[in-house]
Design a protein around this ligand. Structure first.
Ligand code: 21W
Length: 251
């Protein structure tokens, strides 16, 4: 899958994609990425990419001509790509949208603004606007990297042999169960006994129960219709929590 980032800060994108799993996937040719800088499409002496907003107000607005010239250049290179603008007012990104992008198989052109908004006319050259959540950032570069990262995990070969993006939290619909590694006691805190006795049926049951517990405590809105087995495990969790709440204070 190919990604083109339209950005005034290509170094930020290169830096964000230059490590760990994403770097390995790029080196292996499972992904490819490049940047197109709208500043390279300016025609004035000062290479101006922004201007003050019509109607007044603080901040600057990205001029349409360099942005659209950059999008056109990207479209020449990836004619079938989906053009996605990073925008605080866009559709909220999610694990589902990451999977849709990956499974859809279309290359992505990710259009980033920085410090400021786009002239709204560029959206005529955009298929979809995406936000990564309800907080204000300084630009679209980090959101664009977030999207490539989340999409890349679905591409076969990007994760290790035994890992699978579809088994992850959010794809399973529950929060994660707690994990432990050596040592078995750290600063007086022991690893749950069930994880050390090698009974895999019991371990899977414990993990499912802990995932249900975490979801019930922290993201109850994720708990939809439960299977009979899950309902029983959650009832156990709730009974244990009620017993814990009833316990007299220690000491
Ligand atoms: C911050 C752009 C504020 C525009 C009236 C109308 C991309 C982002 C961004 C930024 C404004 C995303 C204005 C989550 C984010 C991004 C920079 C406001 C002024 N006034 N997802 N427009 N959060 N942010 N524009 O910040 O580019 S995806």
């Amino acid at each position: 899958m190919k990604f083109i980032f339209i950005t005034l800060f290509p170094e930020q994108i290169a830096q964000g994609a230059g490590h760990s799993i994403i770097k390995r996937a790029l080196d292996a040719g499972l992904l490819s990425m490049s940047c197109i800088n709208p500043r390279d499409f300016t025609t004035d002496k000062h290479r101006t990419v922004d201007d003050t907003p019509f109607g007044g107000g603080a901040g600057m607005v990205l001029k349409p001509a360099p942005m659209v010239a950059a999008i056109r250049k990207a479209k020449e290179q990836l004619p079938d790509a989906l053009v996605v603008a990073m925008s605080p007012g866009g559709k909220t990104f999610s694990q589902q949208l990451a999977e849709d992008f990956a499974v859809g198989g279309r290359d992505l052109i990710l259009v980033c603004g920085h410090y400021e908004g786009f002239d709204a006319r560029i959206f005529h050259w955009v298929d979809l606007k995406v936000s990564i959540g309800d907080y204000v950032l300084t630009g679209g570069e980090l959101p664009a990297l977030v999207i490539m990262d989340a999409v890349a995990r679905f591409i076969p070969g990007v994760l290790g042999k035994f890992a699978s993006a579809v088994e992850d939290s959010f794809s399973t619909g529950l929060l994660e169960y707690p994990q432990y590694t050596r040592p078995d006691v750290f600063e007086g805190l022991a690893v749950p006994e069930v994880l050390r006795n090698g009974n895999h049926a019991l371990i899977n049951r414990w993990r499912r129960k802990e995932a249900l517990k975490a979801t019930w405590l922290h993201r109850p809105e994720l708990l939809g219709q439960l299977t009979k087995t899950d309902a029983k495990l959650l009832a156990e969790v709730q009974a244990e929590a009620a017993a814990e709440a009833d316990k007299p204070e220690e000491k």
